[in-house]
Design a protein around this ligand. Sequence first.
Ligand code: DX5
Ligand code: ZN
Length: 219
Amino acid sequence: MKDVIISPSVLDADFLHFSDEVNKIKNAGINWIHFDVMDGHFVKNISFGNLFLKTITNRIDLIKDVHIMIEDPLSMVKKYQEAGADYLTFHYEACRDDAEVFEVIDKIHECGMKAGLSIKPGTPVTKVYPFLHSLDLVLIMSVEPGCGGQKFIEQTLQRIFALKTKIRDEEVHTLISVDGGINDETGENCVQMGADILVVGQYLFGHGDFNERVERLLK
Ligand code: DX5
Ligand code: ZN
């Protein structure tokens, strides 16, 4: 069994029967859940936001891994604390400069949440290096953010490996999460390169048996 965390992305889950979807996650022995917030500006789609999350998170006893694909993350940190996020991951590309990235990280920590920083496929992985000592998690996007069900970008593997090497050299404990196009095959490759968390959407919530797919991811 692989030593990896699975964080199911519910973007394409059945929202009409959402408690069934949460039970599938729990019954499979998973204790994380990934929420993708999209604002229609940073990415073209709009998914759901802080007020929606606030109405459900206190009834979901899983680790709430909230990925905000939004502009001006600094102004929204407090709202996502109120919305029940445990991990709050924002985008490097949504910040004006490194000083603002540090400001967002500090604010997330002040609000009692774990801080994650995400980079899009076109952003050099070296851009997150200055923040590693302050971060709990780096989320490497393995597709362009904006929707589920896309194909995994293979160059992501080198990016994970480079980041893992840097994390080891710096002797920090930042977790590496990978998001987009993860299935049993791409997931296996990411774990080999050093990923700690696999964010998985359609592979779990599309067709097929949820438990069997979790087993395949972990085998
Ligand atoms: C994309 C989101 C992902 C995505 C994952 O913008 O951040 O979480 O929905 O879904 P799959 O696994 O279907 O690519
Ligand atoms: Zn995500």
